[in-house]
Design a protein around this ligand. Structure first.
Ligand code: NAI
Ligand code: MG
Length: 373
């Protein structure tokens, strides 16, 4: 087996967490007998933007479609390029062009990570958010009128399509069905947003009929955020629109200690590479965090989010055994480092996990552990 991976490190700490993550992937490939060809691209970065006044070269789509998957670091240099230019000119464009309509973000309390929410009942936090990734509140429809006057008015419309809502809700139900707890929570706000959100609720209810074995509940987004903080261990699969899913999928990992460990998969689950009747639309794997300009260049970024994103990529490519080994390796290394931390010894946890390790030390240890587990 052999896979071609587009490697786009981007900006800031994206450039720092990418190398250890690639070495972890290589260790997994070697151990489990498959081949990874990495194609490195310097674009989709603000560095490229400074030289070319555009985030992407003309042939970007062809380059990415020649690959089985896209491995993306983080983009953004807010001091020199406005965020809407860097993000819409790269990541958000990829999500739309490749119709990556599912954004999957697992949220787990990892063994070595101290959660700000003392886990009173001793129950594990282990849920996954499914975010709609192509429409909803992130539409480009709207505009400004009467600019610069008292009557200045700004409108941006929300777009829900039947296909768009149904496919993400159905994916979430399938995922819930495949997990032991079989629970699905839907994020809504149909008490305030009176046209689009009732439609969302209606589709969830309709599709729920196909999944009588899955327990469904819905909460308004505001109280759901409160529940995430107060009882995160009670959730299993959580589905939300583009905006609600975005908020929940940062809040979730924050509840488990640091966004530095959180991964994200942007999936087109139905695309097939070798089907002559359809265009190949690759999926993209990235950490949840951004380019973190406040710590960039210091070598202390947590590489776990990027490595875990690589783990999700292997899972998606069908390398289940290697994916399981990678996850176990992450857990083992974090647990071990936390024990050292608790004994008051120097340890390799990065500062966001209250240790004094570096990106390279932590990444290197996980790489070695992949060869051992
Ligand atoms: P951010 O995720 O880059 O940073 C937020 C905070 O978390 C910072 O204090 C940072 O130091 C910390 N942090 C993030 N990742 C970390 C890691 N791996 N290890 C340790 N600490 C970590 O979000 P922010 O500051 O809102 O955005 C910075 C830039 O990144 C902006 O240009 C933004 O547009 C971009 N961004 C890009 C994303 C992407 O490429 N997918 C996602 C989010 C933001
Ligand atoms: Mg976000």
């Amino acid at each position: 087996r052999s896979y071609t991976i587009a490697v786009l490190p981007g900006d800031g700490i994206g450039l720092e967490v990418m190398p250890p993550a690639l070495r972890c992937l290589e260790a997994a490939a070697k151990r489990f007998g498959f081949n990874l060809e990495f194609r490195h691209f310097p674009w989709a970065s603000c560095t490229y933007y400074h030289e070319h006044a555009t985030m992407l070269p003309k042939d970007w789509k062809k380059d990415l479609q020649a690959c089985d998957a896209i491995f993306f670091g983080a983009v953004g240099d807010p001091a020199t390029v406005p965020d809407h230019i860097s993000l819409w000119g790269s990541l958000l464009l990829f999500r739309r062009e490749f119709d990556q309509y599912i954004n999957l973000r697992p949220c787990r309390l990892m063994p070595g990570v101290t959660s700000p929410l003392a886990n009173r009942e001793g129950k594990p936090i282990d849920f996954i958010t499914v975010r709609e990734n192509t429409e909803g509140e992130y539409s480009s429809i709207g505009g400004r009128i009467f600019e610069g006057t008292d009557r200045e008015t700004v409108i941006q419309n929300t777009v829900f399509t039947r296909i768009g809502v149904d496919r993400v809700v159905r994916y979430a139900f399938e995922l819930a069905r495949s997990r032991p707890a079989k629970r699905l929570t839907s994020a809504t706000k149909s008490n305030g947003i009176s046209i689009t959100m009732p439609y969302w609720d209606e589709r969830v209810e309709a599709i729920a009929k196909e999944y009588p074995d899955v327990k469904v509940e819905k909460y308004h987004i505001d109280i759901l955020c409160a529940h995430f903080v107060q009882r995160p261990h009670t959730f299993d699969v959580v589905v939300g629109s583009n905006l609600f899913g975005d908020i929940l999928s940062d809040l979730g990992p924050a509840c488990t200690g640091t966004i530095g460990i959180a991964p994200s998969a942007n999936l087109n689950p139905t695309a097939k590479r070798d089907d002559p009747n359809q265009e190949w639309l690759p999926s993209l794997f990235e950490p949840v965090h951004g380019s973190a300009p406040d710590i960039a260049g210091k070598g202390i970024a947590n590489p776990v989010g990027m490595i875990w994103a690589g783990q999700m990529m292997l899972e998606h490519l069908g390398e289940k055994e290697a994916a399981s080994a990678m996850l176990l390796a992450i857990e083992n290394v974090l647990k071990e480092a936390k024990n050292a931390h608790d004994r008051g010894e120097s340890n390799i946890l990065t500062p966001d996990m209250h240790g004094n390790g570096t990106t390279e030390e932590l990444g290197g240890e996980i790489e070695m552990e992949i060869g051992r587990v």
